[in-house]
Design a protein around this ligand. Sequence first.
Ligand code: GBH
Length: 481
Amino acid sequence: MDRRNFMKHGMAVGGAALATGGGTLAAAQTAAQTPLDQSFPKDFLWGCATASYQIEGAVKEDGRGQTNWDVFSHTPGKVANGDTGDIACDSYHRYREDIGLLRNLGVKAYRLSLAWSRIFPEGRGKPNPKGIDYYNRVIDALLDAGIQPNVTMFHWDLPQALPGGWQNRDTAKAFADYAGFMAGKLSDRVHRFMTVNELRCFTDLGHMVGTHAPGLKLPPAQVNQVRHHGVLAHGLGVQAIRAHAKAGTEVGIADNANIYVPAIETPEHIAATKKAMREDNAMFLTAVMEGRYIDSYLASAGADAPKVQAGDMAAIGSPLDFVALNIYTPTFVKADANDPRGYATLPHLPQSPRMASPWLYVGPEAAYWGVRAVSELWKPKAIYISENGTSADDTLNASGLVDDSDRIMYLRNYLGQFRRAAAEGYPLKGYFLWSLMDNFEWADGYTKRFGIHYVDFATQKRTPKLSALWYKELIRRNALV
Ligand code: GBH
């Protein structure tokens, strides 16, 4: 409610009190009970998200080639409990049941990723018809259920056969060939493609931090080169998808840019927030949106800056139909005249609230500010939330159900902030909840559950959590509940 309506409302209460004399209390109650409008825009796209290696299993079936994550998860000490994606949710065989879960929720869309190595077991060369058939079956079953497939081309499961992986520039080219090939096969039925998922994760976590495949800790110049190959893969991928897909196919990226939140909502802190968003994501989303590496990044990288070939930056900056954001956790910012950048990011405090994963600080405002900052900085045509959700230490209660009130709390607060962004007119078009079901949570193996369906990994039984019922009701009303 804006200020003017609020005032009008107040006057109406006063008027009613005057007219009815003794009716003041009743009138005030009516006013107090007028609910805030909690609805989402008409045609808002509600969905759920998953990724191939996290749910499919069947790693040796129908000619699938080995990936970096097969190797990494089978390397002792890399993943909690020695867990692997060998079986995961067995969705390769149970996809019809999983589509049933989606249908029961009433979602209009499903974000899935393709396993590159099912299509090209060696990363390139001869395609594997059985891999293509599998995704044809999944997509046809989704369409039969009235659910729109949104396809991510690469969600971290890189064909192991590609020499040098992301350290090799040729991998970006191989990605584009694969993405173009699959766009040609699917764009008669799939109308929205995301190139890669989370640039920072498959580059930095895999090659600098070492906690994701391939588990390397490279020096800065090599890390910057890997990052460059990541954004280049995206850019060449956009061009290849456009070249092979039906006209009108939408192409974008699913990125987890670091999301900044002003400590105080005043113009100076908001300006600091947008500066942090642009500069601290310089090697990733900023490069993609602006088609160049901004000066502050090149200056700080110095001699370690990536080696760029002619045409690279134009490809990287290929125009997009939308930007999709994975939003989980905030970084708070304040304007700071003592810092040469003009801003300071605020460290999380020991007592800052977190969910079940140590990194998952709670900050619903990240939802609003992520959308707003991206929107104001780069004016994308549309924004989707390709992931948002939380881990929780879910357990089955005596009735065999999961009452995950913590996850509902998290989702309700974040969705309230997404709603704010949409209500203020930022071009937010849809939301994919991470995740449809508990799955292989990368280095955390099966110890962290992000699903709104509980998966018993011994029996593969799926059980809707309370959050699934909550999400279903939200979708039914197209409003926060
Ligand atoms: C997304 O990553 C992924 O796209 C998805 O596959 C994943 O399942 C989901 O979110 C939930 O994590 O332990 O401190 O080294 C979000 C980014 C990447 C953030 C891994 C946490 C580990 C941090 N996440 N990262 S740490």
